[in-house]
Design a protein around this ligand. Structure first.
Ligand code: SF4
Ligand code: SF4
Length: 325
């Protein structure tokens, strides 16, 4: 890929040029944290950020949405129509979209948003909680990221990874260079990356390992980790009707396997009655079942679950114990 250069001062103009066609979302500062939000003059993107609290999952698979409704007895499916452009995504978050696609591609609400979407990545500065290398998520996936921005002096060198991206580079705001790359990776400093296949194999022998008691001992079942995780996508559905029975709707909303009711079935039986069962389920789904189904873990090592766990539970450290346990 040969990159083109854009001056830092022209990035805002480039993003404004997309605003007619897309809702442009990027990382903005909010108090002491960063979050993905709509970019405008009052909320400019900040590209030098460690990680956002919530990933872009909140747009692709919103915390609450109406799936369909009946109005005066007439059925209407609520398929989303917005076109989203994400700017400033780190390589782990782009890999998370690829893995979310594996699980949710056949979901009509997800794919309606995903279909016309634009992905623009940026180089990251990994922190001590990052373990993308261990999760095979430290390389820019092929053919997914439309444009990737790399800081260079007073501007960015921008590489196109798709046809859509190549067309965007035709804007006069981008200038020719001879800077080429064959692949783009995050500079993750994990000294001894985990082997996720070894972790996957360990589940066959670890189900009754006392390690689970030790690891789950501090877990509050608070749902923080599953909420901030770009690859936790479980939801529940609820039907509501207004006073007149011909007006009703079905909504879905994020759910979490750390909650007791998540695995409660008709008749009141609870399949995972204690916190150890629920804690083990998070890991089993991410590092065993998802790998069985899709060949990769439902984790990209973004570190959010580590940073936002109120009990100080470190998923990477736990995986290290399981790998050898
Ligand atoms: S499990 Fe933790 S580190 Fe892995 S993707 Fe989810 S939030 Fe990030
Ligand atoms: S954030 Fe920490 S305490 Fe809360 S459910 Fe997850 S592992 Fe347990």
């Amino acid at each position: 890929m040969i990159g083109k250069k854009i001056k830092k001062g022209d990035v805002g103009r480039f993003l404004s040029s997309l605003a007619g066609e897309y809702t442009v979302i990027g990382p903005v500062k909010h108090g002491s944290v960063f979050m993905f939000a709509e970019i405008d003059d009052e909320h400019p993107p900040v590209l030098d950020y460690p990680r956002t609290v919530l990933p872009v999952k909140k747009y692709l698979h919103p915390p609450r949405e109406t799936m369909f409704e009946f109005r005066k007895g007439e059925f209407r499916e609520m398929l989303p129509e917005s076109r989203l452009a994400f700017f400033g995504l780190h390589i782990c978050d782009i890999n998370a979209i690829v893995r979310l696609d594996m699980a949710m591609a056949s979901d009509p609400y997800y794919s309606a948003r995903r279909g016309g979407m634009l992905i623009m990545g940026v180089e990251c500065k990994p922190s001590e909680e990052c373990f993308c290398k261990s999760m095979n998520a430290d390389r820019l996936p092929h053919g997914v990221c439309d444009l990737f921005f790399r800081e260079e002096g007073d501007g960015y060198i921008v590489y196109a990874g798709t046809e859509k991206g190549r067309k965007l580079l035709g804007s006069p705001l981008f200038h020719a260079t001879d800077l080429a790359v064959t692949g783009i990776s995050a500079e993750c400093e994990e000294k001894k990356p985990l082997d996720y296949e070894k972790v996957w194999r360990s589940f066959a022998r670890n189900h009754t390992n006392p390690l689970w008691d030790e690891m789950a001992r501090l877990c509050l079942g608070c749902t923080n980790c599953t909420t901030v995780c770009p690859l936790c996508y479980c939801y529940d559905v609820a039907d509501t009707s207004e006073v007149v029975p011909e007006n009703s709707r079905r909504e879905r909303f994020w759910d979490s396997c750390t909650l007791l009711n998540f695995a409660t079935v008709a008749g009141g039986h609870k399949f995972r009655p204690n916190i150890k069962d629920r804690f083990r389920n998070i890991y089993t789904h991410k590092f065993k079942s998802f790998v069985d189904e899709f060949g990769l873990p439902a984790c990209v090592g973004c570190g959010r679950c580590i940073v936002y766990c109120p009990a100080g539970i470190n998923m990477r450290a736990n995986l290290e114990k399981l790998e050898v346990g």
